[in-house]
Design a protein around this ligand. Structure first.
Ligand code: PLP
Length: 225
């Protein structure tokens, strides 16, 4: 089941790339395994998936430890409280949800020396939702420049989680704002290679608008409770 779902998602990505005139290997797939057990992750790995996204730190750390024998890449895609930064710095490879300098500084200070720098994205609030996490678009460049200067972090790009739009065109318009910011930052001299956007319901729109990494959960693992 998981193998079939994965294959179906890969086909969706390939079709979206083809329609957008993009090469198929320009979009990476992050499998979002939150609420699913280590066994589901192992099944996805057996079907060829290597990168996994998790929202809840404690739950993730248990899975990471249970699956240490597999060569997996772990991405933190959930909100991070100050008291959880050490666990994140010690166990994850990537963090997509940097929205304040203080959290980034703690992650940099707490990243263990033997590990590679933590790969990070700035989370941007592109649709202006007041309750949404993510830095405001106008503040994103300054935050990115500060984060890029931290010694144990490597800034890779931007991430966004817009509300599900009513249709494809509306979704593309919101994702295009993230893409425009991404381009502006690159022009300002901040080197970025990752635009993390698009989920099970809207990955086609995200890819059309320039996503380089889609985060897909339910279309691979099934519906969550
Ligand atoms: C849960 C989650 C996803 C995956 O959502 P699906 O709709 O299940 O594909 C992607 N990104 C973030 C930040 C999430 O929390």
């Amino acid at each position: 089941m998981i193998a079939e779902n994965l294959h179906h998602v890969q086909t969706r990505i390939a079709h979206a790339c083809a329609r957008a005139g993009r090469a198929g290997d320009t979009v990476a797939l992050l499998a979002v395994s939150k609420t699913f057990g280590a066994n589901a992750v192992a099944q996805a790995h057996a079907a060829g998936q290597r990168a996994f996204g998790e929202n809840y730190i404690q739950e993730a750390v248990e899975k990471i430890q249970a699956l240490q024998h597999l060569p997996l890449e772990w991405h933190c895609i959930g909100p991070i409280q100050s008291n959880k930064t050490r666990l994140v710095a010690e166990h994850f490879d990537w963090v997509h949800t940097i929205d304040r300098l203080k959290i980034a500084q703690r992650l940099s200070e707490q990243r263990p020396a033997p590990l590679a720098p933590l790969q990070v994205c700035i989370q941007v609030n592109v649709d202006g939702g007041a309750s949404k996490s993510g830095v405001a678009v106008e503040e994103a460049l300054a935050l990115a420049q500060s984060v890029a200067a931290l010694p144990r972090l490597q800034l890779r790009g931007l991430m966004c989680i817009p509300e599900l739009a009513p249709d494809f065109v509306a979704a593309c318009a919101v994702f295009a704002r993230a893409r425009a910011l991404f381009d502006t930052m690159q022009q300002a001299g901040v080197p970025l290679d990752t635009l993390s956007m698009g989920m099970s319901a809207d990955l086609e729109a995200a890819i059309t608008s320039g996503s380089t990494m889609v985060r897909v959960g339910s279309a691979i693992f099934g519906l969550r409770d």
